[in-house]
Write a protein that binds this ligand. Structure first.
Ligand SMILES: Nc1ncnc2c1ncn2[C@@H]1O[C@H](COP(=O)(O)OP(=O)(O)OP(=O)(O)O)[C@@H](O)[C@H]1O
Ligand SMILES: [Mg+2]
Length: 568
């Protein structure tokens, strides 16, 4: 919490508090209710969005940034990059609003407290491993999503930017805006609070280009603090220590600080220490790898909440049939190659253009140990590991490459192993691997993992999807998406998120097209009302119903007297 007085703050920050009080309406839209908190650089209000009739957290941008057009423009651009982020554990940012002399960022309101506050409410000032597991699982999942699927880096991660809502679910706040706010402030020669340094990587301190490895460092520093009550370095010249000094093991820090309770398991100590490595290439390659090394729930669950729907679409029938799996398995190498060179490359290069400048996943890292592939299996067999790959939906094609692969696309070289999930991939020498998953219609996925000698690592990836129940009157219509048959009505299937155009075909009725929006949380419903053809199309055989209708017409036309011509 900020110990400065409002007067000191005014002096330092150029009056971020402003003369505004509860009840004030800002931007002709947001009515302020109460101050939720005050950070190093801004004040956050609980506000009512009078237009959309909902509560929001309204972050007021300090005046010093508002009056610097370049800083304001930078902040607006960075905020806009964060708008598409949609994940259950990331606070949604709704907009960037500015008028003369004032700017604000409305965002999702979290009815809870920052993790930093929850920690100090504990008697020992810190948590045990079991307590943090659900939060760290969410954190890794959200970071994997932001880094891999959305191409965004937080760069301001720390316990103050992680909130626990009233149901104790973790939500990361200020994704993508914390660092730009800080940068716009420091540009205006405003001092930036020192505590933000506690979670900054050495590279970030030196002003190097942003990289997901910065967030991995911050994740490690946050975990270190959650488990020991203090960040790795917290007194003296923190900047120097972050760059030059190795933090003591967490168990040692706990003893020094007189913290009782179960000791921290060795694999947690090692994983957190590796997150805090001075060189980025020595840190876990991804948040998913951190989750894997911490053995969170025993499964690396890379659940992505939402991705931008792709124009290309491939159906997936829930619990896909064995035949589909077998077909996918047979076709996997072809499909995979095909996709590497055609539409997949196009989609991914489009993503790349949108990525923030300096997004380090595009930059190969140095000196990363790849597994040594030994030609003599007898020597390595006992030490080899097994990867149990599963996807939802099932049947996604996978390709495994040794070592980290820096680009988002799979290399042109043949993978070490490939196939279709679910599959158990045995005999993998311990080391790091990159897995590419492809399921047509969904965004491709890349994940880096580390396999320990002899371990069996389950990896479960859920492509973002939603369920839809499709019915028709009459029943039995065949439903298509493009050229692909999804099955006959009534049916319930899972489809990629976003708008999907479906066509119902029935031999006795004209085809009908409907659009349905697939959402992850609310199952969609779509009912096709098939109507009889008004005129039978020339050359096409008549349906039973049309034949019946025609015969009725003939019968009645015989009995009905000819209509009288109207009198002129
Ligand atoms: N989305 C939100 N919902 C509810 N409260 C929030 C939200 N965002 C921030 N807050 C509250 O406002 C306080 C200040 O947030 P703010 O982001 O300005 O500062 P900070 O997180 O301490 O530092 P930083 O500037 O590094 O983000 C937080 O400590 C929290 O209590
Ligand atoms: Mg914050």
């Amino acid at each position: 919490m900020d110990p400065r007085t409002p007067e000191e703050e005014k002096e330092e920050l150029g009056d971020p508090v402003r003369e505004i009080v509860a009840g004030t309406q800002l931007f002709q839209r947001f009515t302020l209710q109460k101050v939720l908190g005050r950070g190093g650089m801004s004040v956050v209000w609980l506000a009512h969005d009078d237009r959309l009739e909902r509560l929001v957290a309204l972050k007021l941008v300090p005046e010093s940034a508002c009056f610097d057009p370049a800083a304001c423009e930078d902040l607006k651009r960075e905020t806009h990059r964060s708008l598409p982020l949609m994940h259950a554990n990331i606070v949604r940012i709704f907009d960037f609003i500015a008028d003369e002399g004032m700017a604000a960022i409305p965002m999702e309101y979290v009815d809870g407290v920052p993790l930093s506050c929850a920690r100090v409410q504990k008697r020992s000032n810190c948590f045990g491993v079991a307590e943090v597991v659900p939060w760290i699982t969410s954190l890794c999942d959200a970071l994997a999503y932001a880094h891999e699927s959305a191409g965004l880096i937080h760069r301001g991660l720390g316990p103050a930017n992680m909130m626990l809502n009233s149901r104790a679910h973790l939500k990361i706040t200020d994704f993508g805006i914390a660092s730009s706010l800080r940068e716009s402030m420091s540009r205006g020669n405003v001092s930036v609070p020192g505590e933000t340094m506690h979670y900054m990587s050495p590279q970030q301190m030196l002003g190097e280009d942003p990289s997901p490895a910065d967030d991995i460092y911050a994740l490690g520093a946050t975990l270190y603090e959650m488990l020991s009550s203090k960040p790795p370095f917290y007194s003296g010249d923190v900047g120097f220590q972050v760059r030059e000094v190795i933090a003591p093991p967490i168990n040692q820090r706990r003893v020094t600080l007189g913290i009782a309770g179960d000791s921290i398991p060795r694999h947690w100590e090692e994983t957190i220490a590796s997150c805090l490595a001075k060189q980025p290439e020595q840190r876990p390659w991804s948040a998913a790898e951190v989750a894997s090394r911490l053995r969170l729930g025993g499964t690396v669950c890379l659940t992505v909440a939402r991705e931008i729907p792709k124009p290309v679409f491939q159906r997936y029938v829930k619990l896909g049939t064995l035949a589909a799996c077998v077909a996918a398995l047979v076709a996997a190498p072809f499909l995979y190659r095909h996709n590497l060179t055609s539409q997949r490359t196009a989609v991914l290069s489009a993503l790349k253009n949108d990525s923030p400048a300096g997004y380090a996943l595009e930059t190969p890292r140095k000196k990363i140990p790849a597994p040594e592939i030994d030609d003599n299996p007898r020597l390595t067999e006992p030490q080899n590991a097994t990867l149990q790959l599963a996807t939802t939906p099932a049947g996604a094609n996978f390709a495994i490459y040794p070592g980290p692969v820096a680009s988002k696309t799979a290399p042109a070289t043949a993978p070490l192993r490939s196939g279709a999930a679910p599959e158990s991939v045995a005999d993998l020498p311990p080391g790091r691997y990159t897995i590419f998953l492809h399921n047509q219609g969904w965004t491709d996925v890349r994940a880096e993992i580390a396999l320990q000698p002899g371990e069996t690592l389950p990896i479960d990836y859920t492509f973002p999807h939603g369920s839809v129940t499709i019915t028709s009157i009459p029943e039995g219509a065949e439903i298509f998406s493009g050229e692909i048959s999804l099955g006959h009505t009534p049916l319930t299937i899972d489809l990629p998120l976003g708008k999907q155009e479906l066509v119902a075909r029935h031999p006795d009725f004209p085809k009908k097209t409907e659009t349905v929006t697939i959402e992850s949380e609310t199952p969609a419903k779509i009912a096709f009302q098939l109507r009889a053809r008004s005129h039978s199309s020339p050359g096409k055989p008549k349906s039973a119903w049309e034949k019946f209708e025609n015969s009725l017409k003939k019968v009645f036309s015989k009995k009905t007297p000819p209509k009288k011509q109207p009198n002129r």
